[in-house]
Design a protein around this ligand. Structure first.
Ligand code: DAH
Length: 347
């Protein structure tokens, strides 16, 4: 019996050693250690062993079982380890490869100039408000003193959506009317409204069927053109430099009386004359004026008590002037090589 045990041990250990995979190893485990295995068969024969030899044989059985179990374990760990190594190898990440360059975004320059204008006006106590781009004729024209059939409507070739009643706003001025009506006719107002506007213009270097305006409105008591001039001075200096001069030229808008064009002295040639200012020394940056009494009345404000001023900047025009951009279409194209973005770090 002792011999048999020795043989099982020798056979088992060498078979385990030679096993090529886990499956063979499992088969050997069954063959050697299971209920029907070789070692159990020997144990069954213990009955026939003389009582005095049993402890010796028993100890030997245990020793053989331990040796086989130990060898199985070592071999099994070997297989697991090899598998792991293989997996690690196949999933290896080459950390020496240069990383992919992901370009990070920058705000559109238009966005940037609007933020700049907002900041200047907010520092003067203005609210930034929003209005709908799909607008009613009443807000875009009628309440602003431009009745149906008025020739001024032709100047703003409008995209109508529904039977001349619903349109894409051709200016941000309707937000003036909306703000006054919402305020109820008894409160002062200071607001600016940057937003998209639409006109049936053929696109070229200075025209776009969609562009941005920044509307402004101040309503209070005893406001004069001098207040508008002071406000315009402030924004011109903040945007274009402290040494910039401003001037008003008479103009005409239906919703203001008197109306003006607001000019700044050319910040490139300092007024001497250059290609930017077309040798005039001045650049026009917005339309403005004192809010027309009809508009005040239409929007619930008593013109005997309240008055105020309004203005409208073209945002693209501001950005084109300030950053020397020659073509308005550049703001709207999606080709990154050509589009105009603002680098906050440099700015
Ligand atoms: N809405 C005018 C335009 O599109 C610009 C404008 C001029 C707005 C004078 C105003 C203003 O509020 O007072 O040409």
């Amino acid at each position: 019996m002792k011999q048999e045990l020795e043989q099982i041990k020798i056979y088992g250990l060498s078979a385990i050693e030679k096993a090529v995979d886990e499956k063979t190893l499992n088969e050997l485990r069954v063959e050697l250690l299971s209920k029907n295995g070789k070692l159990t068969a020997i144990l069954r024969g213990m009955r026939d062993v003389p009582a005095e030899e049993r402890p010796v044989v028993g100890a030997l059985v245990n020793e053989v079982r331990d040796a086989i179990e130990g060898a199985l374990k070592v071999k099994e760990e070997g297989f697991i380890n090899a598998k792991l190594q293989e997996k690690l190898k196949s999933e290896q990440i080459d950390i020496s490869l240069p990383a992919l360059k992901i370009p990070h975004g920058a705000p559109n320059i238009l966005e940037h100039i609007i933020e700049e204008v907002e900041e200047v006006f907010m520092s003067m106590g203005y609210d930034v408000v929003d209005g709908p781009e799909i607008e009613e004729d009443r807000f875009n024209f009628e309440l602003l003193n431009i009745p149906k059939g008025h020739p001024a409507r032709d100047a703003q070739d409008t995209f109508y959506i529904e039977d001349e009643r619903i349109l894409l706003r051709s200016q941000t001025s309707p937000v003036q009317a909306r703000t006054m009506l919402a305020a109820g006719g008894d409160k002062p107002i200071r607001m600016i409204c940057p937003g998209k506007t639409y006109r049936r213009d053929a696109d070229d270097a200075t025209h776009s069927h969609q562009f941005m305006q920044i509307e402004g409105l101040l309503i209070d008591k005893n406001i004069s053109l001098a207040d508008l001039k002071g406000t315009f001075d402030e924004i011109a200096k903040k945007l274009f430099g402290e040494d910039v001069q401003t001037r008003f030229r008479p103009s005409y808008y239906q919703f203001t009386e008197p109306s003006v064009e607001t000019d700044i002295s050319c910040f490139v040639c300092k007024g001497k004359g250059c290609s930017l200012c077309k040798n005039s020394g001045w650049i026009t940056v917005s339309g403005a004026g004192m809010v027309h009494p009809n508009v005040l009345r239409n929007c619930g404000y008593d013109p005997k008590v309240w008055n105020g001023f309004a203005f409208g900047f073209g945002a693209e025009r501001l950005a084109m002037l300030k950053y020397g951009i020659s073509d308005i279409r550049k703001f709207y194209q999606t080709d990154l090589r050509e589009s105009v973005v603002f680098d906050r770090k440099e700015g």
